[in-house]
Design a protein around this ligand. Structure first.
Ligand code: CA
Length: 217
């Protein structure tokens, strides 16, 4: 947080800390810029009217570094809003003083959400089937599919190794674990369930006499 009014900084810090954020406060533009470069924060709450360097200039310099940390500008005046909008940096937000600390916290959360989309490596795609490892969501032809935990793990394992064929025994040990007291028939049952839920776009292929693979048909 870069804010030169101590009373505002104190209140905001209290609310942000209570919401689980670790906050560092700087009270000047150059101090804020240096701290942003040093600490690489997840988000910056940035006052516009600051000693030493304007908040918009702090933003401009960070962007010139290639730093796209989400910024929530705090401003008291209309002419400052014009300057913020003039930055056209995209994605940044502003809030006008006087503001409620609760709203600042909410806006910071929104900024973080927009700044952190799922990493591409978290999403496996095969034809019309998408599997998101981080949220454990699956969709088929754009429609959400409700899989059990084991069905998800099985599909994830197969989709993580495109076109590789795995035996039922291998899948049992990798997906169910070595201690699983189930037979290989369990794999067939779960494959059938996953296929049933994914419908025509299912990427799971039966390799006769060997096992299963996932590939784009
Ligand atoms: Ca100020």
């Amino acid at each position: 947080m870069v804010e030169d009014e101590e009373s505002i900084a104190d209140v905001l810090m209290l609310y942000l800390a209570r919401d689980g954020f670790r906050v560092t406060v700087e009270s000047t533009g150059p101090g804020g810029l240096a701290a942003a470069r040093r600490l690489r924060p997840s988000a910056i709450v940035l006052d516009v009217g600051l000693p030493g360097m304007d908040g918009t200039e702090v933003c401009r310099q960070l962007r010139a570094d290639g730093d796209w940390t989400p910024i929530l500008f705090c401003t008291a005046r209309d002419d400052e809003i014009d300057r913020i909008l003039g930055l056209e940096m995209g994605g940044d937000d502003y809030i006008t003083k006087p503001f409620s600390p609760r709203e600042v916290v909410a806006r910071v959360r929104v900024a973080l959400r927009h700044a952190q989309p799922s990493l591409p490596s978290d999403v496996l795609v095969m034809g019309d089937v998408e599997l998101d490892r981080s949220s454990r969501r699956v969709s088929a032809a754009g429609e959400p599919v409700d899989l059990t935990a084991t069905e998800f793990d099985l599909l994830e394992y197969l989709m993580s190794h495109p076109s590789r064929v795995f035996s039922r025994e291998h899948l049992l040990s990798e997906v169910w674990g070595y201690a699983a007291m189930v037979g290989t028939r369990t794999v067939d049952v779960h494959v059938a369930q996953v296929r049933g839920k994914l419908g025509d776009v299912s990427p799971i292929r039966t390799v006769r006499g060997v096992g299963y693979s996932a590939e784009v048909s």
